[in-house]
Design a protein around this ligand. Structure first.
Ligand code: CA
Length: 226
């Protein structure tokens, strides 16, 4: 069965162009030209991936993303305008899997779609123990919740994945490149210090708040959770 992609993009020409290319690649496509309707389609349809424009009528793309992430981990690739750095950062913070800047080459979009779908399918099947821990810190993969000594910690989608990778590789030093690949995808083309930025976010929310050093820096190498 072909994979289903929803395009939420109000510029109808762009939406049709993407649709034609994706249909040609064998994907099944639906389109929405406004944020509110698009969100409803995500909630009611069975899509494998969403392409989400940011500047949308009725409900902007970031708000659509925020609402999608309340209930779903479906891969979302944001379509952003050139130089809209804040949109990219906000989008990734709110759980977008990737973004692509308009105008883009269709080959690049296709590559990003393949990576996002592959990542989705590589999620391991449920096992009996889907909890990762270190000391008082617990990460539950099923409920997507993190807590310290029973106190819930609110993490963004990306922070969650970063912590998950660190905990899955406990006692192993992970280089920035490894983390970049595992958390952002090997073809990530954004800022390379994004790993340090997100480690900083995690430390703010966990180490600083609870007064315990959980994520350690291995100078010149990377990061480790012991
Ligand atoms: Ca738009």
């Amino acid at each position: 069965m072909s994979e289903r992609i929803l395009i939420i993009e109000d510029e109808e020409k762009i939406a049709r162009f993407i649709e034609l290319e994706l249909v040609h690649e064998g994907y099944e496509i639906q389109k929405s030209f406004n944020g509110r309707e698009g969100l409803e389609m995500v909630e009611n349809g069975h899509f494998d991936l969403v392409l989400l424009d940011i500047m949308l009528p009725e409900l902007n793309g970031l708000e659509v993303l925020r609402r999608i992430r309340k209930t779903s981990q479906i891969p979302v690739i944001m379509l952003t305008a050139r130089d809209a750095v804040m949109d990219k950062v906000s989008g990734l913070d709110m759980g977008a899997d990737d973004y692509i800047t308009k105008p883009f080459a269709i080959e690049e979009l296709l590559a990003r779609i393949r990576v996002a779908l592959k990542r989705k399918h590589s999620v391991p099947p449920d096992t009996h123990n889907n909890t990762l821990t270190t000391g008082n810190l617990t990460l539950d993969k099923d409920s997507h919740q993190v807590s310290y000594d029973g106190q819930p910690i609110e993490l963004t989608h990306r922070e969650f994945i970063l912590l998950e990778v660190l905990l899955e590789n406990r006692s192993i030093v992970l280089s920035r490149d490894t983390l970049l690949e595992k958390v952002w995808g090997f073809d990530y083309m954004g800022e390379t210090n994004v790993v340090d930025v997100y480690i900083h976010y995690l430390r703010n929310k966990i180490d600083d708040r609870f007064g315990e050093k959980i994520i350690e820096t291995v100078r010149g190498v990377g990061y480790i959770v012991k």
